[in-house]
Write a protein that binds this ligand. Structure first.
Ligand SMILES: O=C(CO)[C@H](O)[C@H](O)COP(=O)(O)O
Ligand SMILES: [Fe+2]
Length: 214
């Protein structure tokens, strides 16, 4: 059964806590929080203060996707604010191994995200330390973009690699352009955690939208 993580990038920011409660009632498993710094990606979103402000709205895990340069400078603040798991971008870290271990030493599961143009080979020497690999299925920065079809081959290659390495329990997350059409394709290719913003928050019936993805 897929884990469904609504991305609050597509929520109503003036009613963020209400929208989080609504997707929890609708059957969401994790709340996906897209942090953007205007440098690593050409957009700005939330900081730790917003995460802290909505923390009490739900008991669901906060899945924090850091699309920021120098994530090590901000990881402690996001943990204090209520992050339950943190994913960093391989492209944003000069010392990827060190940043992965900073997250793990704080007791949180660590994920690494790869942009569409980044090969999975960059994970070779950190793979054993991860809880999750995020295959970006759009270029990060905005919600509502079109799914990149080449992501399917990348997911299949990642699944084979995980099997070879005896890491079948690792979460394989996808993010960007996931909807009722692309969800079965990514699941078939090996993804088990589906992030979706527009496909959930633009729908009146969010329970039906989540069921359709699952
Ligand atoms: O990380 C992200 C963008 O960088 C978002 O999580 C993603 O875009 C979700 O939005 P949608 O499902 O509408 O594509
Ligand atoms: Fe995301």
């Amino acid at each position: 059964m897929s884990i469904i993580a609504p991305s609050i990038l597509s929520a109503d920011f003036a009613a963020l806590a209400d929208d989080i409660r609504d997707v929890e009632r609708a059957g969401a498993d994790w709340i996906h929080i897209d942090v953007m710094d205007g440098h690593f990606v050409p957009n700005l979103t939330f900081g730790p203060l917003i995460v802290e402000a909505v923390r009490s709205a739900t008991k669901l895990p906060f899945d924090v996707h850091l699309m920021i340069e120098k994530p090590e400078q901000y990881i402690p603040a996001f943990i204090k604010a209520g992050a339950d798991r943190i994913t960093i971008h391989a492209e944003a870290c000069v010392h990827l191994h060190r940043v992965v271990h900073l997250i793990k030493e704080a007791g949180l599961p660590a994920g690494v995200a790869l942009n569409p143009a980044t090969p999975i080979s960059v994970l070779e020497h950190v793979l054993d330390d991860l809880d999750l690999v995020l295959i970006m299925t759009v270029n990060p920065g905005f919600g509502g973009q079109k799914f990149i079809p080449g992501s399917i081959q990348k997911l299949q290659a990642l699944r084979s690699l995980l099997e070879q390495r005896g890491l079948n329990g690792m979460h394989v997350q996808v993010d960007g352009g996931i909807n009722a059409v692309t969800a079965p394709l990514v699941r078939e290719a090996g993804a088990n955690v589906l992030v979706a913003g527009n496909a959930i928050f633009t729908e009146q019936d969010r329970a039906a939208a989540i069921t359709a993805l699952r």
